[in-house]
Design a protein. Structure first.
Length: 170
């Protein structure tokens, strides 16, 4: 195992990772589509190019000249999506972290999304900015899936949150 693989493995084992579980009034397929389609990702998180399928690469464009680059390690319909952050010039602590989404259909038309950002821990300098940002974007995800309108990066709701929280980057 290389040192990079060891670092990624140790991050996957951390229990201090940012985690959140949210109920969503939609079937598992709708959640999966919002996590893998470019239109879905842009509607709840940020402008994006690339491919959300297993082996794909996603580039998220925020207010910085260089994008956040994510490798899609796994996209298994309709239960899970796992990413690896490969480049993030504006939040270098994110490189090597692994956002994961686990989808469980609870009942007809109701699912649960468990999100865990492996490696995003309170020890990282960016944690105090990232935690409220993920809280916002996971609410945005739920709103997008349930009512068709999220609060992505740059939206009025996102700008208001940033002013309130004093957050300038994600």
């Amino acid at each position: 195992m290389t040192s990079t693989e060891q670092s990624a493995a140790s991050r996957l084992e951390s229990s201090a990772d940012y985690q959140k579980t949210i109920p969503v009034k939609a079937n598992a397929g709708a959640l999966f589509d919002a996590l893998t389609s470019l239109s879905g990702l842009a509607a709840w998180w940020a402008n994006v190019t690339g491919c959300g399928d297993t082996g794909g690469e996603l580039k998220f464009f925020m207010s910085f000249p260089e994008p956040l680059v994510i490798h899609v390690d796994r996209a298994t319909r309709p239960t899970s999506v796992q990413w690896s952050v490969t480049d993030c010039p504006f939040l270098p602590d994110w490189v090597g972290t692994c956002p994961t989404f686990t989808i469980t259909e609870i009942d007809s038309g109701v699912s649960e999304l468990h999100f865990r950002h492996h490696g995003l821990t309170p020890q990282l300098e960016c944690f105090n900015v990232c935690e409220p940002s993920w809280n916002h974007f996971l609410s945005s995800f739920r709103d997008y899936v349930e009512i068709g309108r999220g609060m992505p990066f740059g939206s009025a709701e996102d700008k208001s949150r940033r002013l309130r929280d004093g957050a300038n980057s994600d």
